[in-house]
Design a protein. Structure first.
Length: 237
């Protein structure tokens, strides 16, 4: 019975946030010779800081409307004033993962989670970078197209949805962001540097579960297979 041991599998080693340059945007601040209004608004509510000399206080008469609306390209938030700086928050379950003993009779699985919050941007892209598990001169065969798991056939792949065969993973909080190739239940693929998810607007927290499968054949060389991956999240402006 063919068995392969994976001692260490670096599922995620880094999260990188990069900024794409964009033309500058300008806004006029209402002002006179002695006074300036840094944030202005229409309506009868919300809050802001009132200052005089060395003292400041936060004033409010309540928010009449709180919530969010939008379309495929834009969003609008109602309620208290928020910060005016773009931000990107990424939380990843990282560290070493041991998949145990590989067997030609069963599929080895592992998951990682990526949580992304994007504010004042035109969305983001989520990529996964790294080579399939390798031992010596042998690298496990990556699935080039979405393919069902087949124990006994050497396979390496992943997707970002809930699966039943094998039973692993969860659907993302926003299913529309998953890219083709990684959005079909029970089918897996992998190409180094592929975009796994792509959002086209600012969002609250999007949560992704990346599911990985490993199958080996009786002809797969025995050894300690290892690999490292990086999740790269890039905001778009």
């Amino acid at each position: 019975m063919g068995k392969r041991r994976l001692w260490r599998y670096g599922l995620v080693v880094a999260a990188v946030a990069a900024t794409i340059s964009a033309p500058p945007a300008f806004a006029t601040v209402p002002s006179s010779q002695h006074y300036q209004l840094p944030e202005s608004q229409f309506g009868s509510s919300s809050l802001d800081d009132s200052c005089s000399g060395q003292y400041c206080s936060t004033t409010s008469i309540g928010d009449t409307i709180v919530g969010e609306t939008g379309n495929s390209k834009n969003t609008a938030n109602f309620g208290s004033l928020t910060g005016d700086q773009p931000s990107l928050e990424v939380i990843i379950s990282s560290g070493d993962s041991n998949l145990g003993t590989f067997s030609a009779e069963r599929t080895a699985t592992q998951t990682m989670t990526v949580k992304i919050r994007s504010y004042l941007s035109n969305g983001y892209t989520l990529q996964l970078i790294g080579d399939p598990p390798k031992y010596g001169g042998h690298t496990l065969s990556a699935l080039e197209t979405p393919t069902a798991s087949s124990p006994g056939t050497e396979q390496f792949g992943l997707n970002a949805v809930a699966n039943t065969s094998p039973n692993v993973g969860n659907d993302p909080s926003n299913i529309d962001t998953i890219q083709s190739g990684y959005s079909t239940p029970n089918k897996f693929m992998y190409s180094n540097g592929d975009t796994i998810a792509k959002a086209s607007k600012s969002s609250g927290q999007d949560s992704y579960t990346i599911s990985m499968i490993v199958n080996v054949s009786n002809g797969t060389p025995a050894g300690h297979y290892t690999s490292d991956f990086s999740a790269v999240v890039t905001p778009v402006y």
